[in-house]
Design a binder for this molecule. Structure first.
Ligand code: G1P
Ligand code: ZN
Length: 543
């Protein structure tokens, strides 16, 4: 074991989901080591404990794993379980932490951000409940990173990550495990695999899952291919690649082009389509020529969960992030269960799940999950939908349309302005903040502002308060606009504008989303003065 002298780097502050930077930033001397040592120094429970380690397979993944293993040995971690080939999806890490009662886990991923030498890299720490470390923890790690002056590392050879085996570094035991098996077993426990399998073997349904050359490839092949006997071409882009094949592993209509084309290929297209992101926690659900908005997906799951084996006892409560549409609120109201509104980021669901207040939760950003783990879970969401199709014997489109019929439809869109100048973005948000009180009561093209504030969240479990989480403007007709800045970008600032409109009249459920929301999009541009301030005519990404 050696102690290596180092000096602090500025900016090792974790964002919405861990520390995320360009690969070149992580490649600076001692950059990774400084941050990892700061985690260890804060997570003293790892000393003598079990740690789970793996990543999404992007460039720098295995290098980081080898370094972290040696540092873990020097720190006194008792045992590390690491995924074969260094691969573990974010939900799989959460599952393993819980199943094997680990003290914590480290996930190497920048989620849906592009990878490769010129792409992004990231590192997240999950605590013993299996969930992302809370802000208190990440703030403390950041503080430590500002004054770090040495780190410890064992002098050892790299270990073989390419097959399952056991070995050790010093006193630390290492087990290279099957990345998929434990997770797949958990899925089999939650869903009715027999009924889903019948959908495929009887020829009633064929599916297409786009793993986007990211971590879910091996999971999808095992679960959809082997355990569920789906059609042979069910998984596309199923081999994890360090640069995700040059693609952007974000499951949305813009980035999963190949999948969308297959689902829109007419009457012979598969009846079900889905995709997941870099680290396997996001999901996009498609029917034949039909897109399910993630906020709707959460609402539909909530309304139907009791039909599936893992949730047959019913739902205790639900939670959604602030920008997520209020479709699920309508379902919760009808069911008489609690519905919590939290800041953006999965970490805010942790306390609600641990305190048994909620069973399901989700975000508009293609994330949904339940109390089975403490992360959002892409493959889980896909299985949830497959199980629903099997039970209801209805298409994705029919399930969604009958949901709208019953609860009304929330037209919903998100407009992202990426990599804008940080100062310009801060000024834009500041300008909105100063307007919050004066906007109330004002009317724009017939939409009257009922309430406008900068969202603040008071956690009902630990009573912590999180302020300045986004400007929300609620209108009297239940329409809503939310503005916030992204906490995951690595270049300048990304402004996100979330727009929704609630429509109960079924004859109005067939409009193109951007048309249905056109007036509100104009109002959002007006109030925030986006075009003038950002110098942009159009958003970069619309989801
Ligand atoms: C984005 C999403 C957010 C999600 C996070 C991590 O964060 O908006 O819902 O939890 O990625 O996947 P943002 O960049 O908006 O801070
Ligand atoms: Zn992700």
């Amino acid at each position: 074991m050696t102690s290596v002298a180092t000096t602090p780097y500025t900016g090792q502050k974790p964002g919405t989901s861990g520390l995320r930077k360009k690969v070149s930033v992580f490649q600076q001397t001692h950059y990774l080591e400084n941050f990892v040592q700061s985690i260890f120094n804060e997570a003293t429970e790892l000393k003598g404990g079990l740690m789970i380690l793996g990543g999404d397979g992007r460039y720098y993944n295995t290098h980081a794993i080898q370094t972290i293993l040696k540092m873990a040995a020097a720190f006194g971690v008792k045992k590390v379980m690491v995924g074969e080939n260094g691969l573990l999806s974010t939900p799989a890490v959460s599952c393993l932490i819980r199943k094997y009662k680990a003290a914590g886990g480290i996930i190497l991923s920048a989620s849906h951000n592009p990878g490769g030498v010129d792409g992004d890299f990231g590192i997240k720490f999950n605590t013993a409940n299996g969930g992302p470390a809370p802000t208190l923890f990440t703030d403390a790690v950041y503080e430590r990173s500002k004054s770090i002056n040495e780190y410890q590392i064992a002098e050892a050879d790299d270990i073989d990550l390419n097959h399952q085996h056991s070995c050790s570094i010093g006193n630390m035991h290492i087990e290279v495990i099957d990345s998929v098996a434990d997770y797949a077993d958990l899925m089999e426990h939650l869903f009715d695999f027999k009924t889903i399998k019948l959908l495929f073997t009887s020829g009633l349904l064929s599916m297409c899952f786009d793993a986007m050359h990211a971590v879910t490839g091996p999971y999808a092949r095992e679960i959809f291919g082997k355990r569920l006997s789906a059609n042979p071409d069910a998984v596309i882009n199923g081999v994890p690649l360090e640069d995700f094949g040059g693609g952007h592993p974000d499951p949305n209509l813009a980035h999963a082009e190949e999948l969308v084309a297959r689902l829109n290929a007419g009457p012979t297209a598969p009846g079900f389509g889905a995709a997941s992101d870099g680290d396997g926690d996001r999901n996009m659900i498609l029917g034949r020529d039909f897109f399910v908005n993630p906020s709707d997906s959460l609402a539909i799951m909530t309304a139907n969960a009791h039909l599936l084996p893992g949730y047959k006892l019913g739902i205790r409560g639900v939670a959604r992030s602030l920008p997520t549409s209020r479709a699920v609120d309508k379902v919760a109201e009808t069911m008489g269960i609690d519905c919590y509104e939290t800041p953006t980021g999965w970490k805010y669901f942790g306390n609600l799940l641990d305190d048994n207040r909620i069973t399901l939760c989700g975000e508009e950003s293609f994330g949904s999950g339940s109390d089975h783990i403490r992360e959002k879970d892409g493959i889980w969401a896909v299985l949830f939908w497959l199980n629903l199709i099997a039970v209801k014997q209805q298409s994705v489109e029919d399930i969604t349309r009958s949901h709208w019929q019953r609860y009304g439809r929330h037209y919903y869109t998100r407009h992202d302005y990426e990599a804008i100048n940080s100062e310009v973005a801060d000024e834009l948000m500041q300008n909105l903040r100063t307007q919050t009180t004066s906007l109330t009561g004002k009317e724009y093209a017939g939409y009257k502002v009922q309430l406008c504030d900068d969202f603040s969240y008071s956690d009902p479990v630990d009573h912590s308060i999180t302020k300045n989480q986004g400007i929300r403007i609620l209108f009297e007709d239940e329409s809503r606009i939310v503005f916030r800045l992204s906490g995951t970008g690595t270049e300048g600032a990304t402004l996100r504008i979330y727009i929704e409109k609630y429509v109960t009249d079924v004859t109005l459920h067939d409009m193109p989303t951007q048309t249905a929301l056109a007036e509100l999009i104009e109002i959002a541009n007006d109030i925030a003065d986006i075009k003038k301030r950002s110098g942009r005519e159009q958003p970069d990404v619309i989801t």
